[in-house]
Structure formats: C-alpha cells, structure tokens
Design a protein around this ligand. Sequence first.
Ligand code: SF4
Length: 310
Amino acid sequence: MRGKAMNEKNQNRLQNRHSEHLLGTGTPMCAGCGGLAAIKEIYDVIGEKSVFINAAGCMTLLANYPFTPFRGSWLYTAMACAPAGAQGVRDALDILLAKGRLAAAEDLETVVLTGDGSANGIGLSATSGAMDRCLDFLYICYDNEGYGNTGQQASAATPLGARTATSRGPLGYPGRKKDLFAIWAAHRPTYVATVSPSHPLDLVRKLETAKNLKGPRLVLAFAPCPTGWGFDPKEMIEVGKLAVQTGIWPLKEYREGKVTHTIVPRPRLPVDEYLRRQGRFAHLFQPQRNEDVLQKIHSSVDAYWDAIES
Ligand code: SF4
C-alpha cells in the first residue's frame, strides 16, 4: 500500500511538471520513445478540441485512469475497431450539431490513434470500411515496426532482416514491410502523409494541412523505438534523421491522386549507417556481414528512389 501511494505521488509530481507541449508530462512511455515524441508534436497542432479513439497498443498507456496527459477527450478501443469507434463518435457529434445542441465552433476533431500492428493488420479491415464510407476522421499511426507493447513481436510493418521477439533466427524477419501509404492512397482518401519526429517543420506543415481538410486522412509517423530496436534512447532523433537521410523512410504526401515527396535526400547516405545504429540489425554485420540480406535491403531502397527520380 505504501508502494502504491508512493507511485501515485511520483506520478502526480511528474504530471504536474511544466510541459512545453499540449500533451502533459509523466506518461509511462519508455525513455526516448519516438512515437511519443511524434504524438507530442502532432497534438500541439490538432489541439484539445479533439477526441482520440485509441486502439490497444503502446499509447493506450498514455491515459491511465485517473491520470491522462490529454487536455481533451480520449476513448479506448480494441485493436481491430478504432475506426468503428470513430464512426460512432463522429455520428454522435453530427447528431448534436444537427439538433443545435453543439455549436459548430465547439465541434471536435475525430482522431484515431493506433500503432502499426493495428494499422497494417488487425485493424485494416475496419479502416478500409471507414474510408469506403468517407468517414471524416484523422488517423494517426505511430509506426515502430512491431508489437512494442507486448515485447516487439513482428508485425506487418516489420522490415526485412530485423530481429524481433518472433524472428530470432540468423536472418531476422523474412517478410517485407507492408506499404501502408500505398494501401491508403489506393482508397483515394482526402490526404495521406508520412512524418518523422526528427523533422518537426515538415510534420507540423502536414498536420496543419490534414487538420484543415475533411474526410479520411492518414498521418503515418515514424516511431524510432529504443526498447524494441536496441539503441540508446538519447539517439532517437538521430535514428529518425538517418532513416530519412538514407531513404529508408520517405517523407511524402498524397492529395487528389498525386504523391509529392516533401524531402528528397540528396545525397542519400548509405543505408548501413541507419542499420548499424540498431541492435535489431546487428546480426547482419556480426560475426560477419550477411551480404544476401543486406543486398536485398539496399536494392529495395535504391529501386524506390530510382523510380521516383527517373
Ligand atoms: S516499446 Fe517502443 S513504441 Fe512502445 S513505448 Fe517503448 S519506445 Fe515507445
């Protein structure tokens, strides 16, 4: 009981600290969490006139009753159904607006918040349906390329060669990362963008664009994960920068059928500079280089940018 009281006291102390961001302090996220850094920047733009519909994942732990770092509303759902929850919230808001019980100025942005496990796999069907219905919602995915909340098992967003809790062999994860940007764009929604917490100006401009549009909108945030990827938490921003500079994480947006790259890395740094920073790829370099897997990773990045620049 004394321990519980002490924990609550410590949590209160952390949560009462001044924050330069709208999202409050004292969350139980890991130190150096790239997903949390992205959400902080994103929430500053979205603002407190919002309802977050949060599918199970790392960020579910943000709002830990009776504590919450959000200034506005937050709703928890299972992994598969956050867009369905968003439909219910949006419908309720629209009914209140139609009945004059909610002023237009008090309307709330409906925001789905999920990790890559839900966005690419378990919740993809509900997302596709919501886009088919042209639901007016903003979908934020923090992509840490695995099921981080349960110990970094492989997800459909895990990249080739990465070691995870479910791909521990000498070759790492044998599959390819699913292209969520392309899957969304194929639905012809209002807006799709990739962002990284290491590039805050690019992130803020895209969030402002997304906020001022209606309909289905995805912001896919790169989420360097020190716990699951095996790097020092203080290097989180550096890992994010390297992902962009090596071309591993293209910064781009889709609107009205057109894809635009907002930052083109020139010159592109060698992909190994990004891979070598992370314990999840260490087996590709030691005890000797795994040229076969490394070549496949290099070629897929080269092929992507050759197609863009040709
Ligand atoms: S496991 Fe990774 S994504 Fe999850 S809270 Fe920790 S650092 Fe963030």
